[in-house]
Write a protein that binds this ligand. Structure first.
Ligand code: HEC
Ligand code: HEC
Ligand code: HEC
Ligand code: HEC
Ligand code: HEC
Length: 218
């Protein structure tokens, strides 16, 4: 007797190959567990709207794996320190402190944003930015937003090298206060784009993304 899991897989396989053969668009086909719209709260209120939007820091500056490995990668806390060694709070908060200090006739105090305190803690630094032996180094436990099942093998490299923009797959991240999964990450989503780009190309360049099962399942 077939187990129900096996039966599901067999049925999906039939459905999927039929759709591929018939050229049906199965954009909304997705497996249970589809997490479209998933927008988890992160341990630090890190804003892409601020960093990638207003400050226009390039995506690849922080996600430097995107053009040279499978995973785009999440930056280490030490990379944040390139700026946050000096920038310890928003300019607004610093200005406010200067004004309050002047009114009170006292020297202004350093201002450290509570969100950035979490960054400094993770690096074991005290309020003077010096290593505090009492503090342990702890990587920030960022919550993963996108999760493909292990059996499918997505790789950033061929996409980024072919010139597919991050936003085509991740949506307008530079406007997001908190990252959200925009697409459904279903197989239909992958295959439909492979078909479309195979015809339309990317930025006028011809590309040949595969629709063979083995390209994505090996
Ligand atoms: C063709 C679609 C596509 C493009 C283009 C793309 N991504 Fe992704 N990205 C994905 C998918 C799918 C996942 C989930 C992968 C997984 O769970 O294994 C992902 C995961 C990620 C992750 C988290 C996991 C990891 O790989 O480290 C980051 C960060 C990320 N992408 C950033 C970027 C950036 C930055 C760019 C542009 C330089 C980019 N992506 C371009 C589809 C894409
Ligand atoms: C290239 C410089 C740069 C890098 C790199 C950078 N930031 Fe920032 N960040 C800034 C600046 C500038 C501000 C303040 C901008 C403002 O408020 O207008 C800021 C603001 C913030 C704030 C909001 C502070 C508050 O309370 O208003 C947080 C939180 C933050 N950054 C976290 C991070 C984290 C985490 C990283 C690493 C993943 C990082 N930043 C990397 C420049 C940077
Ligand atoms: C200053 C550093 C910085 C810049 C610039 C930046 N990111 Fe990120 N990105 C992060 C950090 C830190 C996280 C993990 C926390 C979070 O999800 O917000 C992250 C998470 C993500 C994720 C979710 C990964 C997952 O868990 O699935 C995607 C997608 C992503 N970034 C895409 C982009 C794109 C596209 C750009 C450019 C428009 C960009 N990022 C620019 C630091 C950065
Ligand atoms: C927005 C369009 C788009 C989406 C969505 C997309 N791809 Fe691609 N994919 C491409 C392009 C363009 C190439 C590069 C083809 C070339 O260089 O000839 C490519 C290449 C690949 C390759 C390298 C082998 C090949 O066919 O050239 C793999 C593997 C792959 N994609 C898997 C995936 C998977 C898995 C997903 C879904 C999770 C996905 N892709 C989603 C456009 C896309
Ligand atoms: C361009 C990449 C790509 C190609 C080509 C592709 N797949 Fe997939 N497939 C995926 C991704 C990504 C998933 C996971 C989607 C999800 O979780 O919703 C998937 C899921 C599946 C599943 C569901 C497994 C389960 O969880 O039960 C089956 C079955 C499957 N593919 C079979 C096939 C067959 C058969 C072909 C060839 C006709 C094929 N795939 C071609 C990317 C691809």
């Amino acid at each position: 007797m077939l187990s129900s899991r096996l039966l599901t897989v067999v049925l999906l396989l039939v459905l999927v190959s039929a759709s591929v053969v018939l050229g049906v668009r199965f954009r909304n086909y997705s497996l249970p567990g589809n997490q479209q719209g998933y927008e988890p709260v992160q341990p630090i209120a890190f804003s892409h709207r601020l960093h990638a939007g207003d400050l226009q820091i390039a995506c690849i500056y922080c996600h430097s794996g995107a053009d040279r490995s499978r995973h785009a990668g999440i930056p280490a806390s030490s990379l944040c320190m390139n700026c946050h060694r000096l920038v310890t709070a928003s300019p607004d908060a610093m200005l406010q402190e200067v004004q309050q200090a002047r009114q009170a006739g006292r020297p202004p105090q350093p201002v450290i944003s509570p969100e950035l305190v979490k960054l400094y803690d993770s690096l074991g630094l005290d309020e003077k930015m010096q290593p505090d032996p009492a503090k342990k180094l702890r990587p920030i436990p960022w919550v993963k937003v996108h999760n493909l099942p292990d059996f499918s093998c997505f790789d950033h490299r061929p996409h980024v090298r072919a010139g597919v923009e991050c936003q085509e797959c991740h949506g307008p991240v530079q406007t997001m206060e908190r990252v959200r999964q925009v697409e459904d990450l279903s197989m239909g989503w992958c295959v439909n784009c492979h078909r479309e780009k195979g015809i339309a190309g990317v930025d006028g360049k011809k590309v040949k993304p595969s629709t063979d099962c083995a390209a994505c399942h090996y």
